[in-house]
Design a protein around this ligand. Structure first.
Ligand code: F6P
Length: 531
């Protein structure tokens, strides 16, 4: 792979971008009546209309040349084949295997991992069914009504986001809760609203060492032990992890543990046993549809040429703005209330994967890498920060996400929602050029890019495809930037320091071994919280 300084494709793109920065989006539409269909892709039931972006056919040719030069296709094939592409941890990234059709076998390290995956899924399904039909009983013989997932990061955001997104598919008598923050206020507020007789805790942690999760699990166990004999804890605690010893040590019988594997990254784990809360909520048939939707997107990603490849195009468009239009953030705007956690989910996926400054071979990356991913549901954002999108000084590309069919009967309200999404995209692009009489403060410059992702409905299959789309987008961008998207060393220093400071907060002696700011704050907390 040529370095950035010797990359012919990047040099051609750089030259092309000089011209592209002067294009008006509205002119691109005037010049090409077929622009919308030409710059749209359909895959796995989803439609991506990326025509309102500063791209021409030539731009796409140059971007896909660059992708090929960076080895996107060979890297994709290496990931899907189970090569250890996470080189800093010597691990494969085989989350796509978790959604292979039941009958497809996949051999990794000489072992058919599909059989393992299906065996765990069968156990999860049998357990979920017992919760759903009420045959799993708590310590007083009552059925479970409340399920609390205790986990953080990938062991929280995936289950929390998907359970919210598929709310309308959920079992009507079960309530799902998510406890992630180590803040005792969160545990206190949740536990005080629950009945110990009818609550089940799922302790979800790949490592089973994460401070936040272990503290919350201990808090939940202490709360429960006020009411139950230790022997009955097993009726109220199960675990999802790769670390059997730590699960046993915590006091959960490995019989009640659902395993996964080190080739599943935390932020790619919703398809594994980490998806147990979702499976309990929606049942095995809908969960299989969710997996199948993701698999359809995997197949599209694997087979479609780059120019017609939805994840690749989403990645290249994002790269184009970050590299040549100096954008620093990317807005995710789902116009669907049930996707309210989707931007937070993507924050971990994209920023933990690609928020990095060294290449896979340890050199400084010579390009800007992941932008800040942010967002919230429409139309709420319109009445908060959209002002800045329309009239601020920064260019912020937007992904609008809409679903054609609502899950409620009020079509008029749904039309109002979708009208707003389309209006925002049009306003961003066209601005107020048609009215030259406006005073400066009322002028919209327009020419601001967005893409529109259209789901037929927010159903399990479409949600699976949507998540897989962004997973692969993230992967492609990692290859374009030549970074390892599958490790997360940037979270380690804070963890180490937090453990050290926690020890110091328990000391009686004043602390002097930090900068004076940190030391003063430690001493102040010590004084306030001393026994
Ligand atoms: O702190 C980062 C991280 O390792 C994430 O990548 C991961 O999803 C999260 O913590 C939780 O980790 P675990 O599942 O091991 O508790």
């Amino acid at each position: 792979m040529p370095s950035e300084s010797s990359s012919p494709a990047l040099a051609a793109l750089t030259q092309h971008a000089t011209e592209a920065r002067s294009w008006a989006l509205v002119d691109l539409f005037k010049q090409d009546a077929q622009r919308a269909p030409a710059f749209s892709i359909e895959a796995a039931g989803l439609l991506l209309d990326f025509s309102k972006n500063h791209l021409r056919q030539e731009t796409l040719n140059l971007l896909t040349d660059f992708a090929r030069e960076r080895g996107v296709e060979t890297s994709r094939d290496a990931m899907l084949a189970g090569e250890r592409i996470n080189t800093s941890e010597q691990r494969a990234a085989l989350h796509t295997c978790l959604r292979l059709p039941t009958e497809t076998s996949f051999v990794f390290d000489g072992h058919n991992i599909s059989a393992d995956i299906q065996a765990v899924l069968s156990r999860m399904s049998a357990f979920a069914e017992k919760i759903r039909d009420g045959s799993w009983k708590g310590f007083t013989g009552e059925r479970i009504t409340d399920i609390v997932n205790i986990g953080i990061g990938g062991s929280d955001l995936g289950p929390a986001m998907t359970c919210a997104a598929l709310r309308t598919y959920a079992h009507p008598d079960l309530r799902l809760h998510f406890l992630s923050n180590v803040d005792g206020h969160a545990a206190d507020a949740l536990l005080s609203s629950l009945s110990p007789q009818t609550t089940l805790f799922i302790v979800a942690s790949k490592t089973f060492t994460t401070m936040e999760t272990m503290r919350n699990a201990e808090a939940a166990r202490t709360w429960l032990l006020q009411y139950v004999q230790p022997a009955d804890l097993t009726k109220h605690f199960v675990a999802v992890s790769t670390n059997t010893d730590a699960v046993r040590e915590f006091g959960i019988d490995p019989v009640n543990m659902f395993p996964f594997w080190d080739w599943v990254g935390g932020r790619y784990s919703i398809w594994s046993a980490i998806g147990l809360p979702l499976l309990i909520a929606i049942g095995i048939d809908a969960f299989r549809e969710f997996l199948a939707g993701a698999h359809r997107m995997d197949e599209h990603f694997r087979t479609a040429p780059l120019r017609d490849n939805m994840p690749a195009i989403l990645a290249l468009t994002g790269f184009w703005y970050r590299q040549f239009f100096a954008t620093t953030t990317h807005l995710i705007a789902p116009y669907h209330q049930d996707l309210h956690l989707f931007p937070a989910y993507l924050q971990q996926l994209e920023m933990e994967s690609n928020g990095k400054r060294v290449t896979r071979d340890g050199h400084a990356v010579a390009m800007p890498t992941a932008p800040v991913t942010w967002g919230s549901v429409g139309t709420n954002g319109q009445h908060a920060y959209f002002q800045l999108l329309h009239q601020g000084t920064d260019l912020i590309p937007v992904d609008f996400i809409i679903a054609l069919k609502p899950a409620h009967p009020n079509k008029e309200q749904h039309k109002a929602l979708l009208a707003n999404a389309l209006a925002q995209a049009e306003a961003l692009m066209c601005g107020s050029a048609s009215d030259p009489s406006l005073p400066p403060h009322r002028v919209f410059q327009g020419n601001r890019p967005s893409s529109m992702l259209v789901l037929p409905a927010l159903d399990p299959a479409s949600l699976g495809a949507l998540i897989a789309l962004y997973e692969h987008k993230t992967f492609v961008q990692g290859i374009l930037w030549n970074i390892n998207s599958f490790d997360q060393w940037g979270v380690e220093l804070g963890k180490t320091l937090a453990n050290r400071i926690l020890d110091e907060l328990n000391d009686v002696e004043p602390v002097t071994s930090h900068d004076s700011s940190t030391a003063n704050l430690i001493n102040r907390i010590q004084q306030t919280l001393k026994p």
